[in-house]
Design a protein around this ligand. Sequence first.
Ligand code: GUN
Length: 292
Amino acid sequence: MTLLDGKKVSNDIKDEIKAEVDKMKANGEKVPHLAAVIVGDDGASLTYVGSKVRACERVGFESTMVRMKHTTSEIELLHKIKELNEDDNIDGFIIQLPLPPQINTQKVLMAVDPSKDVDGFHPENFGRMALDMSTFIPATPFGILELLERYDVDTKGKHTVVIGRSHIVGRPMSILMSRKGWPGNSTVTLTHSNTKNITQIISQADIVISALGVPNFLKAEMVRDDAVVIDVGITRVEDETAKKGYRIVGDVDFENVSKKASFITPVPGGVGPMTIAMLLKNTLLAREQRKG
Ligand code: GUN
């Protein structure tokens, strides 16, 4: 079994990005600038955005965290987005999800200038991804592709089963794994809460990508020998013995599934850190494209 070490690979990617930024600085060029908008004070969202800002510092990017109160109206958020779209100093920005219920998420995501949409959530970018055109690929699926590539995992002609059809992970992942090229060229089954015989389908998978958010959902008896197992689950579970009072738990029963898998991602330290590294990569790309 080979551990797909997202922590290590993400550090390698950050080092590569930092080297690019150092070159930009040496040439007297402007460095990439990422802004993150967070509406409300959800603990998990604040933690994620905090990690994104720290990652920017680590590679030498500029970053701005825009905090808005949980009662922010849709109009107020749309105004902020317009400001960021027009701010020449900002190369890319993200709107941290989920948004409070008074705000229409699709409407907000559509207001982001596609050339600054480093999350790849704008319909134009999502469409470009589906059509194999160059674009910002959503960071989590992008991170999974990068892990498969750096560990030389064979995906061609394999049966990939994706669990979960979210706009952020499952849906784009299913498209990317079916694309021509590598990593890709898989035969993909996208499963979700209405899928019948899901355990039977999973048992036929060469590659399982679980983005469900149900702790320990995927058990050893559900996966084939030598399967490649990617765990996107990040559920917070209360744990009084943990420093922060909670632990992050994946969808996969790692202890037992790892005995059968050929490659597997741990949680934490697998897909999570890759997501942040790929957001930085998209921001670097945004900066380069703005230079023209
Ligand atoms: N919420 C959960 N994942 C993400 C992500 O990748 N980007 C944003 N903006 N919000 C999220």
